[in-house]
Design a protein around this ligand. Structure first.
Ligand code: SAM
Length: 266
């Protein structure tokens, strides 16, 4: 690698430099030798240095070819370490699951953190836990409850699948180059048994997406359904509410009622 590697904006490269924060992050992750640990976007190895010393058979996904070459050399004494030149947005995580479920860790590139979260959550069945650095605004959306301004599609879908635990607030000055935003390091733990289960998760995604595309409208006007379906829903849900007032359980209820009715009428 060029000794003065220029951080690439298009890859969202803000490298962690604060040793105290790095230590705190790795102790939150608490990697074990036997873990099936995958780091997303190791960059120059700020987190990898500690992660690999505790879990030498970890793997990493990095999209920047120059950094991949650098990491291969840097960790060449770790014979089981593999760094894949790969776009984490396109990764099929099931390919990495030999035996134990995956532990995913990453200081995620800010420019793609939301699509990355949706991509990973779509494969959450092979994941034990996820530890991510996110811009504070995205972390707030993950934990937001109904009637909060940050509550939206991301909150509902992530909370449907996972328990969300904010761990460390990280100031912008912990990174180089210094980003415009503050960050929060969070843990996501997939529910072993979902508190409320959708009969069809694809249908739930569709309903939630549709509702929040018209978030200022009441449900009666934002749900894409027939008069008969509205009548069915009316027995169970107050249709004069806006999407931001509904709990995850409410969305699941709506999705299940509509899904069963649509299946029945097919
Ligand atoms: N982990 C390092 C650290 O904390 O200093 C780097 C973090 S930096 C915010 C994000 C890293 O993700 C960069 O190394 C970048 O090249 C990599 N990256 C960006 N987009 C990616 C993608 N789609 N798939 C895999 N890695 C990606």
């Amino acid at each position: 690698m060029n000794p003065v590697h220029q951080a690439r904006k298009r890859f969202g490269q803000n490298f962690l430099t604060d040793k105290v924060i790095i230590d705190k992050i790795v102790s939150c992750v608490n990697p074990m030798v036997e873990d099936n640990l995958i780091e997303i976007g190791p960059g120059k190895g700020a987190l990898t240095d500690l992660l690999i010393s505790q879990c030498p058979k970890m793997q990493a996904l990095e999209v920047d070819r120059e950094l991949v070459q650098f990491l291969k050399k840097k960790y060449s004494q770790y014979k089981d370490f593999v760094v894949h030149e790969e776009d984490a947005l396109k990764t099929d995580y099931a390919n990495f699951k030999f035996g134990d479920k995956l532990r995913l860790v990453g200081n995620l590139p800010y420019n793609i953190s939301t699509p990355l979260l949706f991509h990973m959550i779509s494969q959450v069945g092979v994941v034990k836990d996820l530890h991510f650095m996110l811009q504070r605004e995205v972390a707030n959306r993950l934990v937001a409850r109904p009637e909060n301004k940050d509550y939206g599609r991301l909150s509902v879908i992530i909370q449907y699948h996972c328990r969300v635990v904010p761990l460390i607030d990280v100031p912008a000055k912990a990174f180089r180059p210094i980003p415009q935003v503050e960050s929060t390091f969070i843990r996501l733990v997939p529910h072993q048994k979902k508190p409320e289960a959708a009969i069809c998760e694809q249908h739930l995604n569709h309903i939630v997406k549709g509702c929040f595309q018209k978030r200022r409208k009441i449900l009666r006007n934002s749900l894409d359904c027939s008069q008969n379906e509205l009548k069915l829903l009316d027995n169970e849900i107050d249709l004069f509410q806006r999407p931001e007032e509904l709990s995850v359980a409410d969305f699941v209820k709506i999705s299940n009622i509509l899904y069963l009715n649509r299946e029945y009428n097919q």
